[in-house]
Write a protein that binds this ligand. Structure first.
Ligand code: NCD
Length: 308
């Protein structure tokens, strides 16, 4: 089995078979990661660069670990410590890197579309590790993996994405993926953080009352407010946001079922999620991080050797 794509730019471009293939390959790699010797020779002689133009903790470490577990050679680039500050363009930077014989590029960038631009101009396989407010495909894949691991097939499951839907690439990638795999999707949050016409455009339910959203779902994926991407004041204060849209123990106790709690991290305790929720047995936040390595190993392996 092969992927239908040469680059992982977004979930939007994937067919359901691609998603299934990535998730089933990730399962095999997760098993490898439970062994005493976690390293396999799969990507020996493959060189991968991690180009991070935006800050990252989990995603960057996760890609780096995935590459190391597959025996790839890796180079890490962070924009702040590079010639970007001397005025070099993205394309020049990447072409210079590729002339040193790099096979795959993992890129995170604050500009939506940066990975798509690179894919048009360079011959290496590109993996989007988050582009602006557009997509974060490996996050959606690891979220899907983690949901299925906890409650079984996505088909027919009810998932709500809570919070800053407008500025969240995690939300968009999750919506595409969950819809393609037959889940029911709801978005919940304040009206000022909700994109106009999202209901029609993406075929999701919209709910402004958090308690009703939680009562409806099997899984709630809680998102951080992307303050760094907001140029105007969209809610009065973090304190008030927490009062209306923070997921608290009290709120979870007020619904008559036990739902699964997720968060892509970094979490802001006391803002979108309270500590006693984040650290509870309902939360699979750390399993998401663990599964990220296996999912990224699967993506790297399935895209290796595919150049345009
Ligand atoms: C997310 C991101 O960078 O888009 N984090 C992540 O990759 N784990 C979400 C966020 O920053 O809130």
């Amino acid at each position: 089995m092969q992927l239908s794509i040469k680059h992982l730019l977004g979930i939007k471009d994937l067919i359901p078979q691609d998603i299934r293939l990535i998730l089933s390959t990730a399962k095999q790699f997760k098993e490898v990661l439970q062994r005493p010797i976690k390293k396999v020779p799969t990507l020996r002689d493959t060189t991968i660069i991690n180009l991070f133009y935006e800050n990252s903790t989990r995603t960057r470490i996760s890609f780096e670990l995935a590459e190391k577990r597959l025996s790839a050679d890796t180079i890490n680039f962070s924009a702040s410590a590079s010639s970007v500050s001397k005025g070099e363009t993205l394309l020049d930077t990447v072409n210079n890197v590729l002339s040193m014989k790099v096979d795959m590029v993992v890129i995170r960038h604050a500009a939506s579309g940066a990975p798509h631009f690179l894919a048009k101009h360079i011959p290496a396989a590109i993996i989007n590790a988050g582009d602006g407010i557009n997509e974060h495909p490996t996050q959606a894949l690891l979220d899907a993996y983690s949901i299925e691991e906890r409650i079984g097939s996505l088909e027919g499951k009810k998932i709500v994405l809570v919070g800053d839907i407008m500025h969240s690439r995690v939300a968009l990638s999750n919506i595409y993926l969950l819809k393609k795999m037959g889940a029911e999707v709801m978005v919940a949050g304040p009206p000022t953080l909700m994109p106009k016409y999202i209901e029609e455009a993406l075929q999701v339910k919209v709910e402004y009352n958090l308690q009703k959203a939680l009562q409806w779902c099997d899984v709630a994926n809680i998102l951080r407010i992307q303050l760094e991407r907001q140029s105007q004041v969209l809610f009065s204060s973090l304190r008030e946001y927490n009062l209306s849209y923070g997921v608290s123990r009290k709120l979870l106790d007020s619904i008559n079922k036990e739902i699964v709690i997720m968060h892509p991290g970094p979490i802001n305790r006391g803002v979108e999620i309270d500590s006693d929720v984040a650290d509870s047995h309902q939360s699979i936040i750390l399993q998401q991080v663990e599964n990220g390595v296996a999912v990224r190993m699967a993506v790297l392996y399935l895209l290796s050797g595919k150049t345009s």
